[in-house]
Design a protein around this ligand. Structure first.
Ligand code: GRG
Length: 322
């Protein structure tokens, strides 16, 4: 596949090292399921406390409806894990972790609107606009997006102001036309066209999905004051898992049921969308995702055992069922 959108390090091509990393992970007593469920529980508590319903109640209820609707909480967990790996703490990273989920939730609410993907179900329940109406759903997304930045600045403790500014700038860049918005625009423009090539598909997804995942990992390290070499490694790790995540998302749209996904399955095919499986088929898509995950894991080699959570999360990307 053409992955030239990514910056590669020499380590990426040392495929003979991969067996060694796998070995380290297999030997560890680390249990990803327990790790994810403990982290998720911490994030749920923090998210629940992040927004209180005050006057005018309706908008706060709409924001909470989608923010607390479950979900894998992958972005916050990545942020917490990368902060810890680089010497920071969960406490330092939790406000940014919550802000990432607020931004992600905003993008889901807006993506589900009739003017965008027009979906009725998300995270196993009716979409925000189906419950609160389109006007409030748009505002709930806007409210979450703006509050995310305020929340980071107001709630983060024990982090240098300079590092916090870098986090705010990184997140802004990930959401703007340089990230989510740009990817979504190209996605909308590509609808109904059957001559979309893999480069365009990569552009859409490295922006629409990858930018926020990359920001999640890099922001965790920024909060802990990581150096540039570490930041670049984490960025390459995250870009690779971001694209793998989207490839598997496309595969699951074909192979999983709506019940498993908590949203309408089979939508891409119905909308005649060009996807990775439509270009490569299911098997090659899975294979490409696995290769990206291996490249991602290779970036973490210098961190040894400390990187086990991020290594395991990378593997989870390709084995997930929803
Ligand atoms: C209004 C500033 C602004 C931006 C919105 C709508 C939009 C621009 C972008 C769309 C972004 C989008 C919905 C990307 C898809 C990302 C994706 C694969 C979502 C599913 O993520 P999971 O599987 O979901 O992590 P859960 O529910 O587990 O959190």
């Amino acid at each position: 596949m053409n992955t030239q959108v990514f910056e590669r390090s020499p380590q990426n091509s040392q495929l003979d090292q991969h067996g060694e990393f796998e070995h380290q992970i297999n030997e560890a007593t680390f249990d990803l399921k327990t790790y994810l469920s403990e982290r998720r529980a911490q994030v749920e508590v923090a998210l629940d406390q992040s927004i209180t319903v005050v006057y005018p109640e309706k908008i706060y209820e709409a924001m909470r409806y989608s923010l607390l609707a479950g979900g894998k909480r992958l972005r916050p967990i990545l942020c917490l894990a990368s902060c810890e790996l680089t010497g920071g703490t969960v406490e330092m990273a939790m406000p940014t972790a919550c802000a990432l989920e607020m931004i992600h939730t905003m993008s889901l609410i807006h993506d589900d609107l009739p003017a965008m993907d027009n979906d009725d179900y998300r995270r196993g329940r009716l979409t925000n606009h189906k419950v609160y109406g389109e006007d409030i759903a748009i505002l709930a997304g806007d409210g979450l997006l703006a509050y995310a930045f305020e929340f980071i600045v107001e709630k983060t403790k024990q982090v240098q102001a300079e590092h916090l500014l870098q986090v705010v700038a990184k997140l802004g860049h990930a959401v703007a036309a340089t990230g989510l918005v740009g990817g979504q625009v190209l996605d909308l423009q590509s609808e109904g066209q059957d001559n979309i090539d893999v480069e365009t598909l990569n552009f859409i997804h490295t922006h629409k999905t990858g930018a926020l995942l990359e920001a999640s990992v890099v922001c965790g390290a920024l909060l802990a004051g990581a150096n540039n070499e570490v930041l670049h490694r984490f960025s390459r790790y995250a870009c690779n898992i971001g694209l793998a995540f989207q490839i598997i998302d496309d595969v699951l749209d074909v192979t999983a049921t709506s019940e498993e996904l908590g949203k309408t399955a089979g939508k891409d095919q119905k909308a005649h969308k060009v996807t990775y499986p439509s270009v490569w088929g299911i098997e090659k898509s899975r294979h490409q995702a696995k290769e990206l995950v291996e490249e991602a894991k290779a970036e973490l080699a210098p961190f040894g055992e400390k990187s086990i959570p991020l290594m395991a999360i990378a593997d989870f990307i390709t084995t997930r069922t929803h």
